[in-house]
Design a protein around this ligand. Structure first.
Ligand SMILES: [Zn+2]
Length: 225
């Protein structure tokens, strides 16, 4: 009888040890299982951030085939009347926007301009050098910005939006002005897209030095990636 009891007690102790060891083992595994996906998630986030610092997921190209149209005046190019990809040239300085050109076939047809991101229309007006201008207030990767769409047709019969409208990325906001018309500031038919940092409008199409130029964001660096 005594031997029987001893065997039972030993069995119980053995069972307790097995349970304790297995619990320890599984809890350790569980911790590791949790740790691996967390590390993977962090790695993915880091990858996205390093590939795409300005979060292109929130951006849209402003017109069809936009990136292949950037041929004459990219952001930051220095131009002067004696040295410019465009003739005749009226301006001197570092280009504060990105110019998107049109093809000869598009000369007489409407070319729609789309909002590059969600925002609010804060103004549409005529400005010397641009003709029609639409201003959109927005936030790009936590940076408040004002987006300037220049050389656009703001005449009532071609209007797509009103001041105060909330717009979504991709929404049609205007058509390009006809080339060499008052609505395009006398310029060729093209879009000037400027992205001004902060919430103060700066209409200048050209900056006089690199320090001034740093008030604008290079659209090409954040579109279509
Ligand atoms: Zn321009």
């Amino acid at each position: 009888m005594k031997r029987y009891i001893t065997t039972i007690v030993l069995l119980i102790i053995f069972t307790i040890i097995i349970i304790a060891v297995s619990r320890f083992y599984f809890s350790k595994n569980k911790t590791n299982d949790n740790a691996i996906p967390l590390q993977n998630n962090n790695a993915n986030l880091n990858n996205q951030t390093s590939h795409d610092p300005l979060n292109s997921a929130i951006l849209n190209i402003p017109l069809d085939k936009a990136l292949s149209r950037i041929t004459k005046k990219p952001f930051g190019i220095y131009v002067s009347p004696g040295n410019s990809p465009v003739t005749p040239e009226k301006f001197t300085g570092y280009h504060t926007g990105t110019d998107f050109e049109t093809t000869p076939e598009e000369a007489d047809i409407p070319v729609e301009i789309h909002a590059i991101t969600d925002g609010k229309i804060i103004n549409k007006l005529s400005i010397s050098g641009y003709g029609g201008v639409i201003l959109e207030k927005a936030v790009i990767n936590n940076q408040p910005v004002i987006i300037l769409y220049g050389h656009v047709d703001i005449r009532a019969e071609n209007s797509r939006i009103n001041i105060g409208d909330t717009i979504k990325k991709g929404d049609s906001i205007a058509i390009l002005s006809p080339g060499y018309s008052p609505q395009s500031g006398g310029e060729r038919k093209h879009l000037h897209l400027g992205i001004i940092k902060g919430s103060t409008v700066d209409y200048r199409g050209y900056a006089q030095n690199q320090n001034e130029l740093s008030r604008w964001i290079d659209a090409e660096s954040i579109l279509g990636k």
